[in-house]
Write a protein that binds this ligand. Structure first.
Ligand SMILES: NC(=O)C1=CN([C@@H]2O[C@H](COP(=O)(O)OP(=O)(O)OC[C@H]3O[C@@H](n4cnc5c(N)ncnc54)[C@H](OP(=O)(O)O)[C@@H]3O)[C@@H](O)[C@H]2O)C=CC1
Ligand SMILES: CCCCCCCCCCCCCCCC(=O)[C@@H](N)CO
Length: 313
């Protein structure tokens, strides 16, 4: 572009994708490979990692590209450090240029059914699984003088929430809080921070979460059509390429973004004002409808609570 900012080009760069064995992470890994990047993926299940690696291999553009897969759990600081050590070792010990932090899991359910162990697990699977790799990565980037990128994955449920997502939304809001702090702090190091807010992604993870998702939640979500992980990966990649801090897509995603993100950088474009206006009119109407759907579920819900012994019938 002539007067515009130069777009980020992953060609020849080493991109570390967490959760790269399935869903959004795998689609991003393949896309980055197609764009000429070296790609390392980390997740736990080795069989899925190997299958994913074969898919990434099929997207190879040049014989010089290095593709690797490593099995680690990222929900602890030590494991996240070990994972990054392995990923860097594949490149002579040098830190990757970009971290695409996609790992995560959703276990929807009603708040009254949660336990301490369950809620701590959910925080591990939403927040810590992205915070620990970011901590390891940024320490190393600064020590080695690597001026790269850290891309977090939140959800539109990091902007708002609805019934059934109490185990999930807090972690996705927390990632947003972390990204806001780091975007500011990392100006000191020339590290760009991005965070994406996807809507429904038709991933293997979604199939699992829908098995335990309350009916009322599924019903409210019907107004979101959902996208294939490959389509979401393109949106996320384009946002990173453009240099967006908050990355959103689709009318709905952009409306939630413009209506929620306050003083976050990059909220001043004309389109952002248009989306914000649509939100001003549309969101209260939508929310009224959501509340109605929740209340319509009240009788069935009490019967459910009673069947679980959570209220006396
Ligand atoms: N699906 C959706 O509708 C939406 C998803 N998101 C978010 O997007 C991201 C990707 O979701 P989706 O495409 O559904 O992903 P999937 O659930 O299909 O895949 C998740 C990936 O993360 C890995 N992973 C999960 N937990 C860990 C862990 N503790 N350590 C290491 N790797 C882990 C999984 O591999 P393994 O289990 O083998 O470790 C897998 O590679 C998540 O952060 C999710 O919260 C946001 C909005 C909507
Ligand atoms: C003008 C305004 C109109 C608004 C319509 C809004 C419809 C949004 C419904 C909720 C979508 C929830 C997506 C959840 C994604 C996710 O993170 C989970 N699948 C967990 O993985």
């Amino acid at each position: 572009m002539f007067f515009g900012k130069q777009k980020w080009d992953p060609r020849g760069k080493h991109c570390y994708v967490t959760g790269g064995s399935a869903g959004l992470g795998l689609s991003l890994a393949v896309l980055l490979a197609k764009r000429g990047a070296h790609v390392s993926i980390v997740a736990r299940d080795e069989e899925r990692l190997n299958k994913a690696l074969a898919q990434i291999e099929a997207a190879r553009q040049s014989p010089d590209q290095v593709f690797r897969a490593y099995s680690f759990s990222l929900a602890s600081a030590t494991e996240a450090e070990k994972a990054l050590d392995a990923v860097a070792a594949g490149h002579g010990g040098r830190c990757p240029d970009a971290l695409f932090s996609c790992a995560g899991k959703s276990r929807p359910g009603f708040w009254l059914e949660q336990t301490e162990a369950q809620l701590r697990l959910c925080m591990d699977e939403t927040y810590w699984v992205q915070a620990w790799p970011a901590l390891a990565m940024s320490k190393r980037m600064v020590a080695e003088g690597v001026k790269g990128k850290i891309v977090f994955t939140s959800s539109v449920l990091g902007y708002f929430s609805i019934v059934g997502y109490s185990p999930y939304s807090p972690g996705k809001f927390a990632i947003r809080g972390l990204a806001e702090a780091l975007q500011s702090e990392f100006l000191l190091y020339g590290i760009d921070v991005h965070i994406s807010f996807p809507l429904t992604i038709f991933s293997p993870g979604l199939i699992e979460e829908d098995k335990v998702k309350p009916k009322v939640t599924l019903k409210i979500e019907e107004s979101d059509e959902g996208l294939h992980p490959d389509q979401v990966a393109v949106h996320v990649f384009k946002g990173v390429e453009r240099g967006d801090f908050h990355i959103a897509y689709s009318l709905i995603g952009n409306v939630f973004k413009a209506s929620t993100r306050g003083s976050s950088p990059g909220n001043t474009s004309l389109m952002s004002q248009v989306y914000s206006f649509i939100g001003m009119i549309g969101l209260p109407l939508w929310r009224r409808d959501v509340d109605k759907q929740v209340l319509n579920h009240k009788k069935e819900h009490y019967e459910y609570l009673s069947s679980k012994g959570l209220v006396s019938s």
